[in-house]
Design a binder for this molecule. Sequence first.
Ligand SMILES: [Zn+2]
Length: 246
Amino acid sequence: MELFFAPVLILAIILYAIFKPQIKGYLGERTIATFLSQLDRDKYTVINDVVLNVAGKTSQIDHVIVSNYGIFVIETKNYKGWIFGDEKSQYWTQVIYKRKERFYNPLRQNYGHIKALENALINFGQLTYIPIVVFSVNATLKVNVTSDVVYSVNLLKTIRKYDEETLSNYQKQQITNQLNALNNNKDRALKKEHVKMIKDTQKTIQHQVQNNICPKCGSALVERMGKAGSFKGCSSFPKCRFTASA
Ligand SMILES: [Zn+2]
């Protein structure tokens, strides 16, 4: 028995040693995704692993949260040891025992991610982006920053401190749909789910229009006459410019 399992065990240990960084990175992201799943789904839509191809450049964003309070852009770092860094410098430093490693400033990384998102969502005009960098509790943060650089256990608290509503549910849904459509991560099951979600959204919008409710702002829809015949328009016009064919 033991003789039979020994090679399997040795192989497992070797594989773990080789893929340790990937396995740990994956576990790190899972944990954050688990934290994020505790957010109120009516207010926050979490999209994990967003890959955007903008102007020939690929941006991989760990988590994007489209919420009524703005768009959270979350970069996760599953590092151990002491972490030194500041707002502007190009690199930060990780110190474990006497070993020093430098890595690209995650605040700059997140700034790049926001630029990619701005490009992808240019048709929505000015949007509020909230960058957050998250470290696992295995790290000891010695950073000198004003931006949100937090431990994973404080992530939800940090997200919830932003409580000024800037997006309506309608805008939130449209932005989410567009990001999911542009997301180039290779998960096909996810893609299928997105297509279903877009269809569901369209159904909800149709249903609201049939019941003369503006899907954009919740006001009543009224019948109006235009050059091309009658149509439904929002009673809050010109504040809201939603229209649908009657
Ligand atoms: Zn309206």
